[in-house]
Ligand binder design. Structure first.
Ligand SMILES: C[S@@+](CC[C@H](N)C(=O)[O-])C[C@H]1O[C@@H](n2cnc3c(N)ncnc32)[C@H](O)[C@@H]1O
Length: 189
């Protein structure tokens, strides 16, 4: 999969994988899965909560760019989103990714009214996962996909989110056995 990317992107991703633990990046396996979902579904509008140094954002950005789409990513730690910005530029995805700095709940509350998504990837404060879901839900289009990482590795912290999405009549939800556990839901209406 990574082989499909230009040489610079391949090098940046491989370099970032060396510091994966320091920046809490998702696994390569999860990144490849998200890339495939976005490209095969033809999604064109995405939101990521939790940018860090941009590892997952590069994969998502490549997928949205392949579809002619756009995405936003939220991060409150200036040092991390500055690194992410540089990585997005190096990998040729800065033009399709809007970095939205700040506290995720506040940033989501203040998003432009007409901004809707067909794909969401949540990977920030695990205990706030239920709040991110509550705020992204009205903006997710029917047919869209909602994902949240670490639902097996941080089971207790995300339990309120898992209960909320399981109980929600608009979603068909499952947990995928990817490293850390990926919550994966289709919004059906
Ligand atoms: C697990 S890391 C994200 C990793 C990234 N998705 C990747 O795989 O490359 C979580 C990030 O969310 C950020 N974060 C945590 N709580 C946040 C909040 N309340 N608002 C904004 N960013 C937050 C952290 O600073 C951290 O960089």
């Amino acid at each position: 999969m990574i082989e499909n990317f230009d040489k610079i992107t391949q090098e940046v991703l491989k370099d970032l994988e060396k510091t994966q633990r320091d920046f809490w990046n998702i696994s390569r396996q999860t990144a490849e899965f998200l890339y495939k979902i976005i490209t095969t579904e033809g999604f064109v509008s995405g939101i990521e909560v939790g940018t860090s140094n941009g590892y997952s954002g590069i994969w998502l950005g490549k997928a949205f760019k392949a579809n002619g789409g756009q995405m936003s990513t939220i991060e409150f730690y200036e040092k991390r989103y500055s690194i992410a910005r540089a990585n997005f530029e190096k990998c040729g995805v800065a033009d399709v990714i809007t970095i939205r700095p700040g506290e995720a709940v506040k940033v989501l509350e203040d998003l432009p009214e007409d901004l809707k998504f067909d794909f969401a990837f949540v990977d920030a404060n695990k205990r706030e996962s239920v709040d991110y879901f509550r705020l992204i839900h009205p903006r997710l289009k029917a047919g869209g996909i909602y994902t949240c990482d670490n639902v097996l590795s941080h089971k207790e912290k995300v339990q309120t989110y898992i209960d909320a999405i399981n109980a929600h009549p608009d979603y068909i939800h499952t947990v995928l056995d990817l490293p850390a556990g990926l919550s994966f839901a289709r919004k059906i209406r």
